[in-house]
Design a protein around this ligand. Structure first.
Ligand code: IPE
Ligand code: IPE
Ligand code: MG
Length: 253
C-alpha cells in the first residue's frame, strides 16, 4: 500500500482503540446544528449546508454501527423549522426524500433500522411515503436503530402522551394509579429506545431547542463549536471519549 492510499484508508477508518468497549453509549442523541453557518462561511446558499450535513450524518451512522452504538436519535427538522423561508423548507423536504431513497440499500447492508419520530402528518405526501417505505424496508435490521426526529418537538410529544393517557384512562384501559415513569415513557415517540446516555449539539449553541426533554433527564451533554457538516467520525469519537470520562452518579454518591 503506498503512502497516499494508506493515508486515505486511515482517514476513512477512524481509530477506535482509545475507546473503552464496555462503555459505549447505548443511545446517542444529536442536535445537528450549524448547516446554514457552514454554507455562509463559504458564501454558499444555506441549502448547500444541508446537503453537506447529510454526508456528515452518513459518516456518523457508519461509525455508530462500527463501534456498537445501538440507538441514534438525530434532530433533522423541528416543529419550529416550518417558519423558515419556503425555499429552504421545500429543499429540506426534497433532501429527506432523496437521501433516504438513495441511502436505503446501504442502511440495509449495515443493519440500520429507521424509525421516524415526530408528527409526520403535516408533511408532503412524498415525504410521508418515503418515511414509511424506509421504515418498512428496514424493519428487520437489528444493529442500530436510527430515530429520525422530523417535525419533532418535545413539548408536543409530552402533550400527545398526556392526551393518550387520558383517553385510555377514560376508556378504563389504564389505571391512573399505575402510571409511573416507565409507563409514561411508553407513550412517547421514543418508546422503542432507552433514554439517551449522551446528547451532542454542534455549532456552539448551548441549548436544547425542544429536543428529548423528558428523555434527557440523566443524559450527559457534549457541546462543540464544530459546525454539523464538519462533524466527522473523529469528532464523534472525541465526544464519546469525553463521555467515557464522565462520572455518572444518578443522584448517588
Ligand atoms: C441545522 O442547521 C439543520 C436544521 C435545523 C434543519 P441550521 O440550518 O439550523 O444551521 P444554522 O444554525 O442556521 O447555522
Ligand atoms: C435545532 O436547530 C433543530 C435541528 C437541528 C433540526 P435550530 O437551528 O432550529 O435551533 P435554534 O433555532 O438555534 O434553537
Ligand atoms: Mg440552527
Amino acid at each position: 500500500m503506498n503512502f497516499i492510499s494508506s493515508f486515505l484508508c486511515s482517514w476513512k477508518t477512524p481509530k477506535i482503540e482509545g475507546l473503552k468497549k464496555g462503555n459505549i453509549p447505548q443511545h446517542i442523541g444529536i442536535i445537528m446544528d450549524g448547516n446554514g453557518r457552514w454554507a455562509a462561511k463559504r458564501r454558499l446558499p444555506r441549502i448547500m449546508g444541508h446537503k453537506a450535513g447529510v454526508e456528515a450524518l452518513r459518516q456518523i451512522i457508519k461509525t455508530s454501527v462500527k463501534i456498537g452504538v445501538r440507538h441514534l436519535t438525530v434532530f433533522a427538522f423541528s416543529s419550529e423549522n416550518w417558519d423558515r423561508p419556503k425555499n429552504e423548507v421545500d429543499f429540506l423536504m426534497g433532501l429527506f426524500v432523496n437521501s433516504l431513497n438513495r441511502e436505503l440499500a446501504s442502511l440495509n447492508k449495515n443493519g440500520v433500522r429507521i424509525r421516524v419520530i415526530g408528527d409526520r402528518d403535516p408533511s408532503p405526501r412524498k415525504v410521508r411515503n418515503s418515511f414509511s417505505n424506509a421504515e418498512k424496508k428496514t424493519e428487520h435490521n437489528q444493529k442500530l436503530v436510527l430515530n429520525i426526529a422530523f417535525n419533532y418537538g418535545a413539548r408536543q410529544e409530552i402533550i400527545y402522551a398526556v392526551q393518550n393517557i387520558c383517553k385510555n384512562a377514560q376508556k378504563k384501559d389504564l389505571d391512573i394509579e399505575a402510571l409511573d415513569e416507565s409507563l409514561f415513557s411508553s407513550y412517547l415517540y421514543t418508546k422503542h429506545s432507552p433514554d439517551p446516555d449522551l446528547i451532542i449539539r454542534t455549532s456552539g449553541e448551548y441549548r436544547i431547542s425542544n429536543f428529548l426533554l423528558w428523555q434527557c433527564a440523566y443524559a450527559e451533554f457534549y457541546f462543540t463549536r464544530t459546525l454539523w457538516p464538519d462533524f466527522s467520525a473523529k469528532h464523534f469519537l472525541r465526544a464519546i471519549s469525553a463521555y467515557q470520562k464522565r462520572n455518572r452518579r444518578f443522584g448517588k454518591v
